[in-house]
Design a protein around this ligand. Structure first.
Ligand SMILES: Cc1cc2nc3c(=O)[nH]c(=O)nc-3n(C[C@H](O)[C@H](O)[C@H](O)COP(=O)(O)OP(=O)(O)OC[C@H]3O[C@@H](n4cnc5c(N)ncnc54)[C@H](O)[C@@H]3O)c2cc1C
Length: 317
């Protein structure tokens, strides 16, 4: 007989980590992801410029357990450590490739947005955007950004929904610009900021990136002010500010796109180790439970899985 089923909603670092920990312990896991690809805020986008990381471009590790895991991933050739800053890591050749490797053994339903949940004596039922129902599942891990978790849980787990609703997550607009004729810039990009621009990075042309590629991350304050603006407006406004910061004439890019993260960064005011309804087997996880970064997502996903195993009287693998 197969073991009781566990559902996980969200294929970002937290959900993937929870899934891997449970599968390693011999559990029967199904993962549900609303996007067509994996990674969440570690997603990347294919473009004329090559693959562009849309969210985190690198992440920091200062946790011994996470470091052990990263070293295993490094041996597999999935991540690399920065040569300038030892604590900085990145997925190779891009972030979503890492999450794809991590998901390889996990039964995942992509393009499946869970819009409602219900619970009865048989367990949890998940209702998707096509009015299909999945389940019942004896345990459920919700691994999505806090505001989305608050909405999903408000009709079936009000106390947890209220805790998630305490997290305010800041948005971020991303602008990518590609140039066939590379721009020549001598400034130190790490020091370039303005009220609208939080970060500028440049990737030189290579086999992975046919164009010289610039990624501009707008500041949280500017992104909040322009949250509902049209993409064309964002492209025009940020391109102008980019040129001003670099002190160059407004360049005409050969390739361009803008991406909006409605919920980019944010965390609970006080980090927590347990957000769960143990009686009904419901666990809440995500970067926002700890410090709102990739390491937190990994730690939180692992803790949720270990708590679930412990509540079910099972051992980790
Ligand atoms: C622009 C940007 C820059 C960043 N820079 C850094 C950095 O430098 N260093 C760092 O450590 N971190 C950084 N981060 C944060 C880092 O990316 C996140 O902390 C981490 O990836 C979050 O992982 P997660 O699994 O908690 O959530 P997510 O990655 O958000 O995963 C949640 C998943 O759930 C899915 N989902 C949501 N709702 C549903 C639903 N109803 N049904 C099904 N699926 C659903 C989403 O599509 C998503 O795939 C950055 C983020 C952004 C956006």
């Amino acid at each position: 007989m197969s073991s009781p089923k566990i559902a996980i909603i969200g294929a970002g670092m937290a959900g993937i980590t929870a899934a891997r920990t449970l599968v390693a312990a011999g559990q029967n896991v199904q993962l549900f992801e609303k996007s067509r690809g994996s990674g969440g805020r570690l997603a990347s986008k294919r473009s004329e410029m090559g693959r562009i990381n849309l969210g985190a471009q690198a992440f920091t590790c200062d946790d011994a357990d996470f470091l052990t895991e990263l070293q295993l991933w490094q041996q597999q050739g999935w991540v690399t450590q920065s040569t300038h800053q030892q604590s900085q890591w990145t997925g190779i050749p891009y972030m979503s490739a890492l999450t794809r490797h991590l998901l390889a053994q996990i039964d995942t339903h992509f393009a499946c947005e869970i819009q409602a949940l219900s619970y009865d004596s048989k367990g949890w039922l998940l209702h998707d955007q096509h009015a299909q129902t999945h389940g019942p599942f004896c345990q459920l891990i919700v691994a999505i950004p806090a505001p989305q978790a608050a909405t999903l849980l408000k009709h079936c787990a009000l106390a947890l929904a209220e805790q998630a609703a305490c997290v305010s997550m800041q948005p971020a607009w991303i602008l990518a610009l590609g140039f066939k004729q590379p721009l020549t810039v001598t400034k130190n990009l790490a020091q370039l900021r303005s009220s609208s621009i939080a970060e500028i990075t440049c990737t030189p042309p290579s086999s992975e990136h046919p164009l010289q590629t610039w990624r501009i991350r707008a500041s949280a304050q500017w992104s909040t002010l322009h949250l509902e603006d049209q993409h064309q407006h964002i492209i025009a406004a940020l391109s102008k500010d980019f040129a001003a910061v670099l002190e160059i004439e407004s360049p005409v890019a050969d390739s361009v796109f803008a991406h909006r993260w409605r919920y980019a960064i944010g965390a609970l005011p006080v980090p927590t180790t347990l957000l769960a309804d143990l009686q009904r087997g419901l666990y809440l996880t995500g970067d926002w439970c700890i410090c709102g970064d990739v390491q937190s997502a990994w730690q939180s996903g692992q803790r949720a899985a270990l708590q679930l195993l412990s509540a079910a009287g099972q051992q980790p693998g």
